[in-house]
Design a protein around this ligand. Structure first.
Ligand SMILES: [Zn+2]
Length: 323
């Protein structure tokens, strides 16, 4: 099988369970990512000399497929890091071909109802040695063993043709971190392979924000955080819902870096006001004001922008409140 490529666009990354810099030995950190998968040029022709080129996603119709991936990392010794990653992906499609398609020795007639499935599961185990460890920089290099479990399958009138492909790929694992002040770290990390016919594969570049500080801040102000975790999750619709132990933000807003110091502390604080101490709707929504005061206003106040925040709030009040 020779899928030319499959492109997976992550619309947002989402779960940040780790509060501080990941440095404590033996500490396991998890991250989970999900998003919409869009397959690009994964035309296949099997067998390569007599099969027909087709694409499950171009020739047939598939609903938007959401993928997820989960990664766990543990520092087993001060400079030694081990991680595992699972990224399963299945795209189902159905419809009919506009021409006869020959695949794995079977012929699928033009116009006949066909169901197609494309599977690309990837599992990785990595080891990295971190040989630069200064206050501001960390850099480590290691190896990753990647197992690819792929399949292309067509089914029509009870007939199934399938090509499976399981393979092992060794990759170079690396991670570079630069601390940006006390609350953020720039990170470029991933697995890559530089060979003439290969390509860089799965590299993450982004800023990790140490969100645990907000939970700690409200712990100190109000009392212990009432839930075991907090997750910021991307919703399909544009929402800003603070739910018990998670918040659902829309795809447009979640990508803005500033939400980590605006919507993010606000939604965390709703775990106290609104999702632990409940609102009696009949008497008004008091928790919105208190949450805005102890999150939005307090964060601005800490950045010496409290006066601007208060002026903006008074302006909004004059604009929208009549009596
Ligand atoms: Zn709110």
């Amino acid at each position: 099988m020779s899928p030319r490529s499959i492109v997976v666009f992550s619309v947002a990354v989402v779960l940040l369970l780790s509060g501080a810099r990941v440095s404590a030995q033996g500490r396991v950190t998890f991250d989970i990512e999900n998003g919409a998968a869009i397959s690009g040029y994964n035309d296949v022709r099997i067998p390569g000399n007599t099969g027909t080129f087709f694409s499950i996603t171009d020739d047939l119709t598939s609903a938007t497929t959401y993928f997820w991936r989960v990664r766990a990392e543990v520092r087993v010794a001060p400079k030694h890091i081990v991680s595992v990653l699972a990224a399963p992906l299945t795209i189902d499609a159905s419809g009919s071909f506009n021409r006869p398609v020959s695949f794995m020795g079977a012929t699928f007639a033009a116009g006949a109802p066909v169901r197609g499935r494309y599977v690309f599961n990837s599992y990785r185990v990595s080891y990295r040695y971190e040989f630069v460890q200064t206050d501001n920089w960390r850099f480590g290099v290691g190896v990753t063993g990647k197992i690819r479990d792929a399949a292309t399958r067509l089914e029509s009138a009870g007939r199934i043709a399938e090509k499976t492909n399981v393979g092992f790929v060794p990759l170079v694992n690396f991670a570079l971190e630069r601390r940006l002040g006390t609350r953020a770290t720039l990170q470029i990390a991933g697995d890559a392979l530089a060979v003439p016919q290969g390509r860089a594969e799965d590299v993450f570049a982004g800023v990790l924000v140490h969100v645990g500080q907000y939970i700690e801040m409200h712990n100190a102000l109000i009392g212990p955080y009432p839930y075991a975790k907090f997750a910021l999750v991307e919703n399909f619709w544009e929402t800003g819902y603070g739910m018990p132990s998670f918040a659902l933000l829309g795809p447009e807003v979640i990508r803005f870096p500033f939400i980590l110091h605006s919507s993010y502390p606000h939604e965390i604080l709703h775990n106290w006001w609104g999702n632990s101490v409940f609102v009696d709707d009949a008497t008004g929504n008091w928790c919105e004001g208190l949450t805005a005061y102890l999150a939005d206003h307090l964060v601005q106040e800490q950045q010496a922008k409290g006066a601007e925040y208060r002026r903006g709030t008074l302006q909004k009040h004059r604009d929208y409140v009549k009596d």
